[in-house]
Design a protein around this ligand. Structure first.
Ligand SMILES: CC(C)(COP(=O)(O)OP(=O)(O)OC[C@H]1O[C@@H](n2cnc3c(N)ncnc32)[C@H](O)[C@@H]1OP(=O)(O)O)[C@@H](O)C(=O)NCCC(=O)NCCS
Length: 177
């Protein structure tokens, strides 16, 4: 994983893994970002995010500006089978495969959006999932944006009103070997 990203606005942000050891340092920034970024119906709970950070099979990357407490973005995910109750995953034939990874959440602080951080975080997450031995990465993304993350996404299912948000979402395969 690169240790930082040089942004188009001339600023540099740092990257770090969020694990059992580092969760304390990042948790307030991540939970604040989570609540400002997602409607309540699709927001992860503090417990579920901590669970992903503590999991040995997950990838969890935080992006921060200068201080670890100043989180500007994060991406995380874990083995697909951990998310078996989510629509799309529930019907995924590979939901029980140990080598399938689900990118469960990505968020960037509003004032830092449009600088490529979201794309870099998601691509970094895919690379790390590959390095951990996963051979496929899926995710739910707003309809039409998957091509902004990877070259050849494959739409597996679509939802017209994702968890009551009024938004169209796709369940997509972002990458596979
Ligand atoms: C989605 C989000 C993470 C993109 O972060 P970002 O740093 O602005 O992304 P980038 O600068 O790399 O932008 C790449 C483009 O792809 C879009 N994009 C990238 N990943 C995306 C995703 N997972 N979902 C929706 N849009 C995405 C961006 O909106 C942007 O679109 P634009 O070119 O039309 O402006 C950010 O807008 C955000 O935190 N939104 C609120 C939370 C959210 O919707 N998360 C995704 C759903 S799980």
């Amino acid at each position: 994983m690169p240790i930082g990203l040089d942004l188009a606005n001339g600023l540099r942000v740092e990257l770090a893994h969020v694990t059992e050891k580092t969760w304390q340092k990042f948790q307030n920034g991540i939970l604040e970002l989570e609540s400002e970024s997602f409607a309540a119906s699709i927001r992860d709970t503090p417990n579920s995010l901590r669970g992903v950070a503590y999991s040995k099979t997950s990838v969890f990357i935080a992006c921060y500006y200068r201080e670890k407490s100043d989180v500007v973005g994060y991406v995380c995910g874990d083995r697909l089978s951990q998310f078996a109750d989510i629509p799309g995953v529930a019907a995924d034939l590979r939901r029980l495969a140990t080598n399938s990874f689900y990118l469960s959440s990505v968020a960037v602080r509003a004032s830092w959006r449009g600088l490529g951080i979201g794309k870099d975080l998601q691509q970094g997450c895919i690379v790390e999932a590959h390095q951990k031995g996963y051979t496929r990465v899926t995710a739910h993304v707003r309809q039409g944006v998957a091509t902004k993350i990877t070259d050849r996404p494959c739409v597996l299912d679509s939802y017209s009103n994702w968890y009551g948000t009024g938004e169209k979402y796709d369940y997509v395969s972002l990458w596979r070997l």
